[in-house]
Design a protein. Structure first.
Length: 488
């Protein structure tokens, strides 16, 4: 983990702790406010029930006075009835539970009965022969007054129980807020102490060590190393400084290697230049002889034609060697890949037969034609086949075909598989580097140049090899060739 990530993580943990404490405290306050609101609501309902009881008592009292002819009019009863109904509706609107609803509905039923009794009193006749019983009405009014008292008492008991619960909830919420805040303070102080200790470990000590080593390197001591093995910025910086010291020490060796490579290039160019004249003489002699025997000796004429064609290809390869240091230009032609491979094998057959190596052709049918630089591809194939022959193979199988590429385009493939001695594991990772080879007397230029020619065609050249089991080289060339820039 990087130092930046460690610091961000530490700060994030501290921030998360503070946020968690704030959220917990806020939730506790919300719970407290909710409990307080419910407490106030319960108290308001209790007061509303008590006011309703007083008004219903007044209604009963007025009814009793009316029966005793002590006063009271119908308008007084109606006005009081409107006030009771408004108070009862308000009480019903504030109901929050089924239990409370049952108690309020019971009070409503009592009020309905009271209203009916009063209506009977106001409309009844008290003259001779009347069936209205004033004594019974008076008794029923007193019973209703007792029922109102009981209903309101039960309601108030319910409200007092609810208020006790809300007070308990508010107390728990306050205690939770205090406890959460205390824990947050302790954690924050602990984190601050840990952060001071880790800052010294993550920042101060690595910075001091890197400063010491860089001062020594600046004085020319390339053997000193920082030696910080950590998966953070300091470890990355220490690794970079150590690599820089190693690179500075290896710079002289690299310069010497480049000078050696340049010398080899000059030798190759010089040799190629001196080969051109003998090749021209061989070609001229073959052409003169061909004209002399073309009509008389058909077999000799065919051999001479092969010599001329081979010399032409060698001349093209020599020109390629002479232009090794210059940008390589493609001269593409529309060719049959089977025919191109067969020409290379035809040239190699004599040498293969002399070494007791069998060349097996397994060409695919109906392969599409492809635009390539024939000379470069033939030179790449010749290098691979020559290496297979020199690997003491008994059989070399050359297979052509078609496959789908990485982006779903068609690739023409040429596979050269031998059963020779294979490539040593030490050489395999750097096989395509110039002057790297495990062949006695080899230069190590062939495969590097072959890979370059294949990649110039936007193709791939890959090798799989096992010691004493053989080597398989796969050359892939895209069927659709696009213009390719020169490659040096």
């Amino acid at each position: 983990m990087t130092v930046r990530a460690k610091l961000i993580l530490s700060y994030s943990v501290m921030a998360a702790t503070v946020v968690a404490a704030a959220v917990a405290t806020t939730l506790a306050m919300i719970n407290w406010q909710d409990a307080a609101g419910k407490l106030a609501h319960s108290r308001q309902q209790s007061m509303q029930a008590e006011a309703l009881r007083v008004m219903m008592f007044r209604q009963v009292t007025k009814g009793l006075d009316y029966l005793s002819n002590a006063g009271g009019t119908v308008e007084d009863f109606q006005q009081l009835q409107v006030q009771i109904k408004a108070a009862l509706d308000k009480l019903l609107a504030g109901v929050t539970s089924d239990i409370e609803a049952d108690h309020v509905e019971s009070l409503d039923e009592t009020q309905t009965e009271l209203r009916w009794v009063l209506a009977q009193i106001l409309t009844a006749s008290t003259g001779p022969g009347s069936r209205f019983d004033p004594v019974g009405a008076r008794t029923r009014l007193r019973e209703i007054a007792d029922e109102v008292t009981d209903d309101v008492a039960i309601l108030n008991q319910y409200y007092h129980h609810v208020m006790d619960d809300r007070l308990a909830d508010a107390s728990r919420a306050g205690q939770s807020a205090v406890l959460t805040a205390g824990i947050a303070v302790v954690i924050a102080l602990s984190q601050l102490l840990v952060l001071v200790i880790l800052s010294n470990r993550w920042l101060v000590r690595p910075m001091s060590r890197i400063t010491q080593v860089t001062e020594r390197i600046s004085q020319g001591d390339f053997d000193d190393r920082v030696g910080i093995e950590a998966a953070d910025e300091w470890g990355t910086l220490a690794t970079a400084i150590d690599k820089m010291a190693s690179s500075l020490k290896a710079l002289e060796r690299q310069l010497l290697a480049k000078e050696r490579f340049a010398a080899h290039g000059e030798i190759i160019a010089y040799t190629a230049h001196n080969i051109k004249n003998p090749l021209a003489a061989i070609r001229a002699a073959a052409q003169v002889t061909l004209r002399a025997v073309e009509d008389r000796d058909h077999e000799t004429a065919e051999s001479l034609k092969d010599i001329v064609a081979t010399v032409d290809r060698m001349d093209a390869w020599v020109k390629g060697l002479m232009n090794l240091a210059a940008p390589t230009q493609l001269r593409q032609d529309d060719v049959d890949i089977n025919q191109l491979v067969d020409e290379v094998l035809h040239i190699a057959e004599t040498r293969a037969a002399g070494d007791g190596v069998g060349l097996v052709r397994e060409f695919g049918n109906d392969l599409p034609r492809i635009r390539v630089d024939s000379a470069l591809i033939q030179q790449a194939l010749s290098v691979v086949i020559s290496n297979a022959i020199e690997a003491e193979s008994r059989t070399i199988r050359v297979i052509t075909g078609v496959k789908r590429g990485a982006v779903n385009d068609r690739m023409l493939t040429v596979t050269i598989a031998d059963d020779g001695r294979g490539v040593s594991p030490e050489v395999m990772p750097k096989l395509f580097r110039a002057f790297v080879t495990d062949k006695k007397g080899g230069t190590g230029l062939g495969l590097a140049q072959a890979k370059k020619f294949v990649e110039l065609h936007r193709g791939l050249l890959t090798i799989q090899s096992e010691p004493e089991k053989g080597t398989t080289v796969l050359i892939e060339l895209p069927e659709s060739q696009k213009p390719t820039p020169p490659v040096s």
